[in-house]
Design a protein around this ligand. Structure first.
Ligand SMILES: [Zn+2]
Length: 491
C-alpha cells in the first residue's frame, strides 16, 4: 500500500481539501496513532503513517504545520490522547485547515468520540483527509451531510442503548429490585437494600417529627446535628433536598418507575405506608397521596349490597354521598346504594370507637395476620400496578379504546386502594395500638387523618350499605346498616 507521491494516485481520498484562496497555503495537521491491533514494525506504524501523510501533502501542496502522534499501547490506553487533543485545540483556534490521517478509524476510537469530533470540526469547517479510505470534507455541504449521517447513526446507536437501559430499569422496578446503576439513595447502604443506621434513622425520625407537626426546617437542623450529609457532593441540606428525600416512595419499601408506584421493593422499608402517605400529604405531594376516592371515610372501602364498592361523590344538593360505583357494577342486580355520607360516617365512627374502647380490645384486636396472606396481597398489588402502568401505553398504541382505558384504570386503582388499605391496616402497631391505648379513644380518633381512620375501619370491620328505600329523607340505621349484614366485625 504505497503511494507514488503523485496526487492522482492517492487511494481512497474521495473528497479532498476545502476550496481555498490560492495565495494561502493549506495548513495541515498530521496525526498518527498506533492502536493495539498494530504491532511494532507493522507497516502502519507511526513512521509509515507519517511518511504516507508527507507524500500526500507534497502531492497536493499542503503545508504540514504540526504533527502529533498518540500511542494506544501505552499505559494510558482508552484514556486521554494528548496528540489528538492538541490538534482539536488548534482546529478550534483556527490554526489549521485540514487534518491528515491514515484512516478515519485511526482518528476516532469510538462513535462517541467521532460524534463529538465531527461537531467541532464541522463548526470549524476543517476537513479530514485520509491517505487510506474515505475522507470527510467538512467545508462543503455534501461533506457535512455525510458527517451528519455518520453522527445520526451514532445517535441512533446510543438511543437504542438508552432504550434498552430504560426497559431494564423498568423491569427492575416492577420486580421490586434495587437499581444499582443510579446514585446510592439516602437512607441505605451501598447494597441499596440494607438500611443505613444513621441515614435510615434520620428519615424515620424526620417522618415522625412531621406527623407530630414539626417543620422541614426543624428536620434540616436535626440532620445537621446528627451529622448526616447529603449525597452527591452537596455541601449542606436544603429544604428541597430534605423534602425530596422524605417524599421518596422508597422510604415505605415501594418501588416506583417514572413516578408510578409499581411494586414492593426488596429493600428494608424505613417507615410504614400510613406514615409515608401522611408525610406526602403534609409535604403537599398529591401524586403520592392515597388514590382518588380516598378523601371520604368509606369511598372504595365500603360495599354496596350488590357486592360492588361504593364511591364518595357529591349529591345533586352538593352533599357528599356514597353511591354504588356504576363503572364497576357490571350486571349485578339492583337496587344499588345511594346514601348521604355524613350519617353513615357518623354511625360507623361511633361503632369503631365503641369497639376500640371495649375492655377486651387489647387482647382481641392485636392479631397479626398470616405472613403468606400479606405476601399474596403484595404480589397482587405489584402485578396490578404493573398492569396499570401499561394501560396508558396500550391506549397510546391503539390496542385498547378510551373506555377500556377509563374502566380498566378505575377498576385497577380501586383494587390497589383496597389492597393498600389491607396492607396498611395490618400494621396493627401504627394504626390500632394508639387508639386502644388512649385514655379517650374518641379524642384520639379526632386527631387521626382520614387515611388513618380508613385503615382502622378496614382492620375492624366490613361495611356493607343497603339502599334507604324510595323517598327516604332521614337516615335509618337499621335500613342502611341492617343488623348482622351492614357491619361484620373482623375482630
Ligand atoms: Zn350496587
Amino acid at each position: 500500500m504505497s503511494d507514488t507521491g503523485d496526487g492522482s494516485q492517492v487511494r481512497g481520498s474521495v473528497i479532498i481539501a476545502p476550496v481555498r484562496d490560492e495565495a494561502q497555503p493549506v495548513r495541515a495537521a498530521a496525526y498518527q496513532r498506533i492502536s493495539e491491533i498494530m504491532t511494532a514494525g507493522d507497516e502502519h506504524g507511526v513512521n509509515n503513517q507519517r511518511a504516507d501523510q508527507q507524500r500526500t501533502a507534497a502531492a497536493r501542496g499542503y503545508t504540514i504545520v504540526m504533527s502529533e502522534a498518540d500511542n494506544d499501547l501505552s499505559a494510558f490506553t482508552g484514556r486521554r490522547r494528548p496528540g489528538y487533543e492538541k490538534i482539536i485545540a488548534a482546529a478550534q483556534r483556527g490554526e489549521i485547515d485540514i487534518i491528515l490521517v491514515f484512516q478515519l478509524s485511526r482518528f476516532w476510537r469510538n462513535r462517541v468520540e467521532r460524534a463529538q469530533g465531527i461537531k467541532i470540526l464541522s463548526e470549524a469547517r476543517i476537513s479530514i483527509v485520509a491517505t487510506r479510505g474515505p475522507s470527510l470534507d467538512l467545508s462543503t455541504a455534501y461533506g457535512r451531510a455525510m458527517a451528519g449521517m455518520l453522527g445520526e447513526f451514532d445517535t441512533w446507536e446510543s438511543e437504542v442503548k438508552g432504550e434498552r437501559q430504560q426497559l431494564a430499569n423498568e423491569a427492575a422496578a416492577v420486580a421490586g429490585k434495587a437499581r444499582q446503576g443510579c446514585p446510592q439513595p439516602f437512607g441505605w447502604q451501598a447494597d441499596r437494600i440494607t438500611a443505613d443506621p444513621a441515614e435510615g434513622a434520620a428519615i424515620t425520625s424526620a417522618c415522625a417529627a412531621l406527623l407530630r407537626g414539626g417543620s422541614v426546617t426543624d428536620i434540616m437542623r436535626d440532620w445537621e446535628a446528627r451529622g448526616v450529609r447529603p449525597h452527591q457532593g452537596a455541601l449542606a441540606w436544603t429544604r428541597t433536598s430534605v423534602r425530596q428525600i422524605l417524599k421518596n416512595p422508597r422510604n415505605a419499601g415501594i418501588s416506583a418507575y417514572n413516578s408510578v408506584e409499581v411494586a414492593r421493593g426488596e429493600w428494608e422499608p424505613l417507615v410504614d405506608d400510613v406514615t409515608f402517605r401522611e408525610v406526602t400529604r403534609i409535604l403537599g405531594d398529591r401524586t403520592r397521596q392515597w388514590p382518588k376516592g380516598f378523601t371520604t371515610l368509606l369511598g372504595g372501602l365500603a360495599w354496596c349490597r350488590c357486592g360492588n364498592h361504593v364511591g364518595g361523590s357529591a349529591s345533586a344538593h352538593g352533599r357528599l354521598a356514597y353511591r354504588c360505583i356504576q363503572g364497576t357494577r357490571g350486571d349485578r342486580p339492583g337496587p344499588h346504594v345511594q346514601v348521604i355520607a355524613a350519617s353513615v360516617d357518623e354511625a360507623v365512627t361511633r361503632l369503631a370507637i365503641g369497639r376500640l374502647s371495649a375492655p377486651d380490645a387489647v387482647t382481641a384486636l392485636v392479631v397479626i395476620p398470616a405472613r403468606e396472606d400479606l405476601a399474596a396481597l403484595r404480589d397482587e398489588e405489584a402485578a396490578l400496578c404493573a398492569r396499570l402502568a401499561r394501560l396508558g401505553e396500550l391506549y397510546a398504541e391503539g390496542q385498547i379504546g378510551e373506555q377500556d382505558l377509563i374502566t380498566g384504570r378505575a377498576r385497577g386503582e380501586q383494587r390497589v386502594a383496597e389492597i393498600r388499605t389491607q396492607l396498611t391496616g395490618h400494621d396493627v402497631d401504627s394504626v390500632l395500638a394508639p387508639l386502644i391505648a388512649a385514655q379517650d379513644t374518641a379524642a384520639e380518633w379526632e386527631r387521626l387523618s382520614t387515611a388513618q381512620r380508613r385503615a382502622a375501619i378496614g382492620l375492624l370491620m366490613t361495611v356493607t350499605l343497603y339502599p334507604s328505600g324510595r323517598g327516604a329523607r332521614t337516615f335509618r340505621h337499621d335500613v342502611v346498616l341492617p343488623p348482622g349484614r351492614g357491619i361484620i366485625w373482623k375482630a
